[in-house]
Write a protein that binds this ligand. Structure first.
Ligand code: GRF
Length: 193
């Protein structure tokens, strides 16, 4: 039995953080036990901080405005992540463009609310909802130096209903995220090296 250590990065609500904690934290999969060892955010008002507190998981705030460059911020972020010796770092709503200082040093995956490679970057839910496409979807990919461009690990789509609203569309995305992200984490962490 070994312990698989997970660090989660977030910037806002943290509902995916909470979903990961509920489904994976202190649970066993195969011969391994999983632990969310830390939550890290770049926003001091992020609701995810309260979620970490609720589950007794250490949380850290690193505000990017206190750093003079992206590289300097990423150096500090990498240092904090590595102090937890994670097997995997999960970006769950972490709104920050990362430099090679991060991507070369951290094995990380990102959750994106569209069918990549379509609708990269911000406002992906709106872009995908207002597009001509008849489906929406969710992607999970490795974090690479290209924004939302790393290798896709998992992806699923759903049908846009005739009477679909932005709200109902966003709800479908969230529930698909809650299903896919924990599954992808387990898939990666059970893979033989
Ligand atoms: C998710 O929709 C994710 O795809 C996007 O940011 C959102 C985070 O939501 N990158 P939450 O903070 O986990 O509720």
């Amino acid at each position: 039995m070994s312990i698989k250590r997970i660090v989660v990065l977030f910037s806002g609500e943290g509902s995916n953080l909470e979903n990961i904690i509920k489904k994976l934290h202190k649970k066993s999969f195969g011969l391994d036990s999983y632990e969310v060892v830390a939550g890290i955010t770049n926003k001091k008002e992020a609701k995810g901080i309260q979620i970490c507190k609720k589950y007794n998981i250490p949380s850290y705030v690193i505000e990017h405005k206190n750093y003079t460059s992206r590289e300097e911020f990423d150096t500090k972020l990498v240092e904090i992540i590595n102090s937890f010796h994670p097997h995997l770092t999960v970006l769950a709503g972490f709104m920050r463009i990362l430099t090679p200082i991060f991507t070369k040093n951290i094995k990380a995956i990102n959750l994106h609310p569209s069918l990549l490679p379509l609708f990269k970057g911000t406002n992906a839910i709106e872009k995908s909802f207002y597009s001509d496409m008849k489906v929406g979807g969710v992607s999970i990919h490795y974090v690479s130096k290209e924004l939302d461009g790393g290798e896709i690990i998992a992806q699923e789509c759903f049908k846009k209903d005739e009477d679909e609203t932005l709200e109902s569309f966003a709800k479908k995305i969230k529930s698909l995220e809650y299903k896919l992200l924990p599954q992808a984490i387990v898939k990666i962490l059970t893979k033989k090296a």
